[in-house]
Design a protein. Structure first.
Length: 205
């Protein structure tokens, strides 16, 4: 007896697309801050269709002298120059049709460096165990800036082990994801070793 698996596959694809849209909406304040917000729904699917993931969009400059910065990522391995060129062509084609920006602009596509921004809930899970800096939109215990070791993401909160005065042990603090205005890893020897390991794995050595 033959069965048609197409409907089930289509439903799975639709569910996956909805899940991605929900993830983008949740992280929009970090993935596409300020004037870049309207571009998130245009750019993110293009990067996804290229086999990569959108990490962040930023717009700098003023009308007529704008720079559109796209940062792409992948779960395994590192982004290559060819990846950036492929994404740049695909995004340019979409923007030429949709024309969401006023005046001329320069498109820059790059990969995250060592002090990479953390913009999505999955980033805080992926980089658990690494040192990071957070900046909050509203004060937490009288402070807006924190530095510590990431320990994950749970129930809408970023978990971080932070050394505090008056504490013998390092407590784990929970910061509401929606209150984070900027987050990035701290570049150190551990980060360099991890980057070399990822590059070695990609080269198959």
């Amino acid at each position: 007896m033959m069965t048609d698996t197409a409907p089930a596959q289509n439903m799975a694809q639709q569910d996956s697309a909805i899940a991605l849209e929900d993830a983008w909406e949740t992280a929009a304040h970090l993935m596409a801050p300020g004037p870049a917000a309207p571009l998130l729904s245009l750019v993110a699917p293009v990067v996804q269709d290229s086999g990569l993931e959108l990490l962040r969009i930023r717009i700098t400059g003023q009308d007529g002298e704008q720079v559109l910065q796209i940062m792409a990522d992948r779960d395994e391995g590192m982004i290559t120059v060819e990846d950036c060129e492929r994404i740049s062509r695909a995004i340019s084609a979409v923007l030429d049709v949709e024309d969401p920006l006023k005046g001329q602009y320069i498109l820059e596509v790059s990969s995250p460096g060592m002090a990479r921004p953390l913009c999505r809930p999955k980033d805080f899970i992926r980089w658990a165990g690494f040192e990071a800096k957070l900046e909050l939109s509203c004060a937490f215990d009288g402070r807006k800036r924190f530095r510590g070791v990431l320990s994950g993401y749970e129930d809408g909160e970023v978990l971080m082990d932070v050394q505090l005065d008056g504490h013998e042990e390092t407590p784990t603090l929970g910061f509401k994801f929606k209150d984070i205005s900027e987050a990035r890893l701290v570049a150190n020897d551990e980060m360099i070793a991890d980057a070399l390991k990822r590059q070695k794995g990609k080269n198959g050595d």
